[in-house]
Write a protein that binds this ligand. Structure first.
Ligand code: AHG
Ligand code: MN
Ligand code: MN
Length: 343
């Protein structure tokens, strides 16, 4: 079946699988489980104002953040959908301090894959009806034996087999890559299917938008402050002062950057001494988004090196992030290579 606008995501996944004659179908099955969980979470998000699902649970997660009820709901749905039949052996989720093992009670052969998951990204925006999302990444296990280990997740981003996000916005979209282009599917609730709406998305080489929380500027390095000052003038790749757009949900800010170009950044800052490497997490935010950005012709660094080349050391490790159009990320990185410490 040729790739055609409007085909379902599952048909697209099956067509892509045909490019790999040796494929067993397990990887495709993982993607179809992600699609299922996305539909379930989308239904809940789109009715959140009516259902008793908003607000905080009163708990704080390993990140020290207030857990929203929709965080827990999304976490449960994605873990349940991806735990069955154990194609995925082990999961690292933002909402769980330790690894989640899916094949404890299974008689099956151990799963061959590992998943990194931000079940609900943009939690601070849930209650005010601003776009939020889910971010995921699939790795091939490197450990032997019946149970996955953290080594299966602590691999450089270059080893990711697939990465994607769902954005629950004015429409719900699933955007993912297996390294062969970035493709977008829009949920048609009337048929309950994600339909191919954006085949082979390409990020503009440069853009006129920068996206950063300027409220943190007193805590930035001098390099970051010089960079943002240059973006507001003409001494930058576009030769014009940039516009600022900041939604506060990584998925939404990246989705806009994917289509309009420009740069998103969450720089190192001294605001949170307990978060010395910035706010965003490597395994389930920066790394999957970096695979998507690079597969669409963009770039992603921590200011000094490709995000995808960072060797992770812990599950919830944080990194500074500069991601977007190739020329804009290169420009941003040129202000940070010397790695000046924060003020
Ligand atoms: P999460 O809701 O998964 O914790 O992620 C929130 C992140 C990310 O979505 C966004 O880019 C960033 O937090 C915004 O942080 P600030 O509110 O500090 O700008
Ligand atoms: Mn997040
Ligand atoms: Mn989250």
């Amino acid at each position: 079946m040729p790739i055609r606008h409007g085909m379902t995501c599952n048909q697209f996944i099956a067509e892509e699988q045909r490019q790999f004659p040796a494929a067993t179908g397990e990887f495709s099955e993982i993607l179809t489980r992600i699609v299922l969980a996305a539909k379930i979470v989308s239904r809940e998000v789109n009715q959140a104002g009516l259902l008793d699902i908003l607000g905080a649970t009163g708990d704080t997660n390993v990140q020290g953040e207030d857990v929203q009820r929709l965080d827990v709901y999304a976490n449960t749905q994605f873990i349940d959908a991806l735990s069955r039949d154990c194609y995925i052996s082990v999961i690292a989720s933002e909402e769980n301090e330790d690894l989640i093992h899916t094949d404890e009670s299974s008689q099956h052969r151990p799963g061959k894959y590992a998943l990194a998951l931000d079940p609900l990204d943009g939690s601070s925006n849930i209650d005010v009806n601003v776009s939020i999302g889910t971010i995921w990444s699939v790795q091939k296990r490197v450990s032997e034996g019946p149970r996955g280990t953290s080594a299966d997740l602590l691999q450089p981003g270059t080893e990711q087999l697939a990465a994607g996000y769902i954005i629950y916005g004015s429409s719900t979209m699933l955007v993912y890559t297996v390294g062969r282009g970035v493709h977008g599917f829009t949920l048609d609730p009337s048929v309950g299917e994600f339909l191919l709406s954006h085949h082979d998305i390409r990020m503009p080489a440069r853009g006129g938008i920068y996206s950063v929380n300027e409220g943190n500027s007193p805590y930035w390095t001098s390099g970051t402050q010089e960079w943002v000052k240059a973006l507001k003038g003409k001494d930058n790749p576009s030769g014009e002062p940039h516009s600022l757009r900041y939604i506060g949900s990584l998925v939404a800010d990246i989705h806009r950057t994917l289509f309009k170009g420009g740069v998103f950044a969450y720089p190192l800052d001294s605001k949170n001494p307990e978060k010395p490497r910035g706010k965003l997490r490597l395994l389930y935010e920066a790394s999957p988004m970096a695979m998507i950005a690079e597969s669409a012709g963009g770039a992603a660094t921590d200011g000094r090196q490709r995000i995808l080349e960072i060797q992770p050391e812990s599950l919830h490790q944080r990194v500074p992030l500069y991601i977007g159009s190739r020329d804009d990320v290169e420009f941003a990185s040129s202000f940070h290579r010397e790695g000046v410490e924060v003020r």
